[in-house]
Design a protein around this ligand. Structure first.
Ligand SMILES: C[S@@+](CC[C@H](N)C(=O)[O-])C[C@H]1O[C@@H](n2cnc3c(N)ncnc32)[C@H](O)[C@@H]1O
Length: 198
């Protein structure tokens, strides 16, 4: 098991990493946020750390990224989860905004959680990213999103995000400018909270 808390203390000494913040949360809140047998998708998975930890915590995980990243992602995910997980994770292409209905049909894809770490920064696909959250998110889906606040333009994404989703801060790391958000479709947060903590 990757012990996120052991490395979180080193965050400021090494590259600040949003994925670690999210992993730390998952590991230390595994009762309230029980991932066993839950369907999880990670978007912009990069090296796959969040997907690996979610798999080790018992979820059915789909780790996604751009096609050119999938080889490395597949390697990392396999190396760290093989014969260690209840459900073997899968790695799949998801280029934000592209072929969403073809590759992730709304009628058959249901995710309990969408996870995303450091997907909002200076890139030209913020509209497509929002479209992707919107496409994948059902009424009972919880989004766990670690966001670093950098420039005004990217920060405005949070305002646009809030036109579709209710946001709640679940962890704040001011010295890193990183916030971990929980989000759900507008009006759904309380409906879920009455049944589950997270
Ligand atoms: C800054 S990295 C974060 C990686 C990982 N989530 C982490 O926190 O370590 C951003 C990730 O988003 C992915 N990404 C960027 N643009 C994308 C797009 N248009 N569609 C899908 N993924 C994209 C990149 O390939 C990269 O893996």
């Amino acid at each position: 098991m990757i012990r996120a808390h052991k490395v979180l203390a080193l965050i400021e000494a090494i590259q600040p990493t949003h994925a670690l913040v999210l992993c730390y949360f998952l590991e230390t809140n595994s009762k309230q946020c029980n991932l066993v047998d839950k369907n999880v998708i990670e978007i912009g998975a990069g090296t796959g750390l969040v997907s690996i930890v979610a798999s080790l915590l018992g979820a059915f995980v789909t780790a996604t990224d751009l096609p050119e990243l999938l080889g490395n992602l597949q390697h990392n995910v396999l190396q760290n989860t093989k014969q260690k997980c209840k459900h073997q994770p899968c790695v799949k292409e998801l280029s934000w905004g592209i072929d969403l209905e073809k590759n992730f049909p709304r009628s058959s894809c249901h995710f309990d959680y969408i996870m995303a770490a450091d997907v909002v920064y200076h890139h030209p696909f913020l509209d497509e990213l929002l479209l992707t959250f919107d496409h994948l998110c059902k009424n009972d889906t919880v989004i766990l999103w670690a966001m670093k606040f950098r420039l005004e333009n990217e920060n405005r994404f949070v305002d646009r995000f809030q036109t579709l989703f209710d946001l709640e801060i679940i962890s704040n790391f001011p010295s890193l400018n990183i916030i971990l958000y929980k989000a759900m479709r507008k009006g759904r947060m309380n409906a879920r909270s009455s049944k589950l903590k997270i």
